[in-house]
Design a binder for this molecule. Structure first.
Ligand SMILES: C[S@@+](CC[C@H](N)C(=O)[O-])C[C@H]1O[C@@H](n2cnc3c(N)ncnc32)[C@H](O)[C@@H]1O
Length: 299
């Protein structure tokens, strides 16, 4: 695949669609029920360089409009993953998933999981515990009909050789031979300085996080939508996993970074930390070897 596979206007046959501008405008040009999976991380209304802080009611009203369009374009078998952290109210932190949950329920979506994404790096707080998690609300239109491929996302068993020691299954392996369900708490390094995936974007999520969502929640060849695409992490993960994608980004600066990353993903040049890569534990014999050292030095 080459850069020719990137279309800058909506084309349902294109492998990669990248649209610059306001997502509400672009979403309206997408047909009903054309998307297999929505994966996105919206602004948190905390004053990053790509957002202006507004009243929470105003923020939620805009989210409602974008969510309404995402629901309209989602197939009846589709999945929707809204990845959020916390917004602020004075000195308080406010969990965005709690504020957003009633909006998704107004659209009659059903919650499949509230996935906790935990990571090792971030601000060191002095007056509370340092924040080391965000969440992903995974919603579907139809609990039974929604696409889900558990076998595509299994992770190695903790004790792969463990067998039943009594009863009718005595001697047989007690765990699934292809690995276990990854559970709803995922430890995946976040993209901080020196991470191999780091770009100029202030708030990237890691490709590995999106890889697992795409593998489990969309068929090969299906279409993944990210209406707040930033540096196009979702598009890059979709390319790596053989899915089509539609990305929307307001700011030209980030759009350009996204196109570059998608191009590198298409040509196989994009450096990323695959979801399979194990998290490093501290090495007791060498206190200098902190966990995730490989990411720190960009290997
Ligand atoms: C939290 S960041 C997403 C980062 C992305 N997940 C990544 O890995 O790079 C939110 C992004 O939404 C973009 N954005 C904000 N308002 C938008 C709008 N109305 N339409 C399209 N994009 C918007 C911002 O510029 C920002 O890049």
């Amino acid at each position: 695949m080459t850069i020719k596979d990137i279309s800058k206007s909506y084309d349902p046959t294109a492998q990669v669609v990248m649209l610059q501008g306001d997502n509400l405008k672009h979403l309206k040009s997408l047909p009903d029920q054309s998307i297999d999976l929505v994966v996105t991380s919206p602004p948190y209304n905390i004053g990053k360089d790509y957002e202006k802080v507004v009243a929470t009611t105003k923020y939620l009203e805009v989210q409602r409009q974008v969510i309404a369009e995402c629901v309209r374009v989602l197939k009846p078998t589709g999945n929707l993953c809204w990845q959020v952290g916390f917004t602020k109210a004075g000195k308080e932190i406010v969990p965005l998933d709690i504020l957003l949950y009633p909006i998704f329920k107004d659209f009659d979506l059903k919650l499949k999981n509230r996935i906790v994404w935990t990571f090792g790096h971030g601000m060191h707080a002095q007056k509370r515990f340092s924040g080391r998690h965000e969440t992903i609300l995974w919603f579907v239109k139809d609990i039974d009909a929604a696409y889900f491929d558990l076998d595509a996302v299994r992770v190695p068993q903790k004790y792969p050789g463990k067998r039943h020691y009594r009863g009718p299954k005595k001697g047989q392996y007690s765990g699934h031979p292809d690995g276990k369900n990854p559970g709803d708490v995922w430890e995946i390094p976040n993209v901080k300085a020196h991470h191999v995936e780091k770009t100029e974007h202030q708030c990237q999520f890691p490709i590995g996080l999106v890889q697992r969502l795409i593998r489990g929640m969309s068929p090969v060849g299906g279409t993944v939508l990210d209406p707040y695409s930033g540096s196009a992490t979702t598009a890059a993960a979709a390319i790596i996993e053989g899915r089509k994608s539609v990305s929307m980004e307001l700011f030209p600066k980030y759009f350009k970074i996204g196109v570059k990353r998608a191009t590198e993903a298409l040509t196989g040049e994009l450096k990323f930390r695959p979801i399979e890569k194990p998290i490093q534990e501290p090495n007791p014999s060498n206190p200098m070897l902190y966990r995730n050292l490989e990411d720190e030095v960009g290997l």
